[in-house]
Design a protein around this ligand. Sequence first.
Ligand code: GN1
Ligand code: MG
Length: 347
Amino acid sequence: MEARDIIKQFDINGNIISISPLGNGHINDTCLVVTDMEKYTFQRINTDIFKNPDELMDNVFAVTEYLKQNYPDDKTINYIRTLDGKKFFCCDSGCYRLSVYIDHVIALDIARNADDFYESAVAFGNFQKKLSGFKADTLHETIRNFHNTAWRLENLKKAAAEDSCGRLKTVEQQIKFCLDRQSCIDTGVLLPLRVTHNDTKLNNVLLDEKTGKGVCVIDLDTVMPGLSVNDFGDAIRFGASTAAEDEKDLSKVHFSLELFEAYTRGYFYGVGNALTDDEIRMLPHGAVMMTYECAARFLTDYLEGDTYFKTDYPEHNLVRALTQLRLVEEMEQNYEKMHKIIQKYRP
Ligand code: GN1
Ligand code: MG
């Protein structure tokens, strides 16, 4: 079915004028749809990764309905049902969903300055706080073991053992780096299970194009029970870097304590008193772990022939893994400084 005909299955206003690619997500395909009355975000759900789109869309609707009801003054993604009342539409070419496009915003792959990152932190901190009343056991686990770092490492080991694409020889040093840190994964500290976002990249917060203020948290596909420290950590992984996630020139990639501080300040402002002492203490560990885990995931995908993340060229996943490993190294060197900053801003 043509995109145009698929979009017409949804309860849209107006006649379609244009459909054009949107955003830089690594998983779903996203388009902007303009009609003579409204703009929409149209997405093809990657069902190789989200194997149960019914459960996925149940989660997304449950969370957005909850946010709209309880925080009506805040902007929340507004999903449009199909003409026959379904949450998404499937045909021979895939499964699709549609939401109202949020206008006059920007999504950044790299912070222009510390304020951008601060604003994203306020938004994610708030998001965490707002969902603290949401019943976690009503959510489906859209991807099992999503932030199970030990499991991710086992997958890396398997991919290395199989070496299905003959790429192992190019990444032996990087795999050793990961294996050397295996013992850091399990800290023995039991943290509370919360409803978390699980993909807190800077570009998953829309910022007002004029004021730079956080407008809306997007990409709710992995909202599941999880750990607050992982949400904090994943945001640091992506946003506290001086370069893009796929910067080829490693000399440009550094962990920025200034950006870390901006995020910490914004995050505590947003999340308020919602975290326990153990969680606060483990925030720097979350940053290292999420970066380490992401490196392991990119390396695994590289070894397996780039079947998970979208890639633009053959070494794309390797390039991404290398930036993450560089960040892990620098975070380790700055561990004590991170703790000091946490203490400075914690409630
Ligand atoms: C993917 O969909 P996107 O691009 O926001 C991935 C995240 C990774 C991220 C790395 C469902 O996020 O887990 O951290 O790429 N999402 C999924 O940039 O695997
Ligand atoms: Mg995204």
